[in-house]
Design a binder for this molecule. Sequence first.
Ligand SMILES: NC(=O)CC[C@H](N)C(=O)O
Length: 410
Amino acid sequence: MTCDPNSASSAAVSKPGSARLALEDGSVFVGRAFGDTSPKSVEGEVCFNTSLSGYQEVVTDPSYAGQIVTMTCPLIGNYGVNPGDLESAKAQVSGFVVRELANTASNYRATAKLEQWLAEEGVTGIAGIDTRALTRRLRIEGALRGVLCTDASVSDEQLVAQAKASAGLVGRNLVATVSRTQPLAWSEDLGDWLPLQGSIPAVDNRFKVVALDCGAKLNILRNLTDSGCDATVLPYDTTPEQIAEHAPDGLFVSNGPGDPSAVQPTIDHLKQLIGKLPIFGICLGHQLLSRAMGADTFKLKFGHRGGNQPVQNLGTQKVEITSQNHGFAVDPDSLAKVGGEPTHLNLNDKTLEGFRHTQEPIFAVQYHPEASPGPHDSRYLFDCFVEMMRTGSSPDAAAMDNAQRQRNQI
Ligand SMILES: NC(=O)CC[C@H](N)C(=O)O
């Protein structure tokens, strides 16, 4: 049920087992609590994701820290949860919003139902609200701060006031809350992390990569491994001197949560590393590299989150169907002034989705080539990173075309 934004004062009293989602614009949605149903209130910026599947990856993507995520697909939870599909070791969203929560987990791989697993993870969900009305509100007004509450003793007015007073995402360094604090090596064989002893040994025909962990998704590490890289994962604020101790062939800058302009340590370190190492960035990594070069980032009205975002490679003219999760973007005009050539464009709203440095071995994409929203159109970018480490030049249109043809055997 949706309450009119202006009628919060007359809004519903919550019942046992119920939950409320209050927004800063005064609207209050009343539904059923699931997951962690203990009485509490959680704050977060409310956003929507249009993927038809992939809710496990969404919930465990560290880039969603600080956000209450609404799935627009009306049935969620139908294949349960299994450890192999998680993008990090725990649930990362502040809260989870669905229209209908499936009763049955219909997948032989499932080890838990979504609601059981969220309860163990301490994450509250709300089901049974009109997610289409909520999404329309977010599209019209832009991202809104919200509070998800399972505590019947708090009034609607208090919740709306709490939403208005909450921190939001702008200006907050959330990377510091999700980055690993110890150096680790990714072991594909174990499917797990190993404490790093010394640095990774050089192996013939493979590339040693330092991955700066701003909240890295596991599948990025898997894709780096698959393309021929051995990755050492270091905390997001590792200094250039500490990175140099690992003698890497290249540097990878990961995805991560929050406002890129607030991740100053990484931006300062990247400034010093430009021209010294081949660097590839994904999503937050794209934004941090742009800022390190001197470009600006800005907040999008409601962001791009979903598995069907069309992106055009401006060099090859080919379109990739991509998975995305971002609420900020790079200003292309400011990037062009500091040597950034646009390589990819979002065909929905024409925002920048990728660039290459014209002078230095640096390139980055705003979307997620490691995610597989059905096809694997964008996997070639990991091969471009390897090729950039081999040649010392950022990939131009011909290099991207070649890599994509080889990867996708077309
Ligand atoms: N997936 C990401 O890395 C997100 C980057 C950044 N936090 C944004 O919302 O734009």
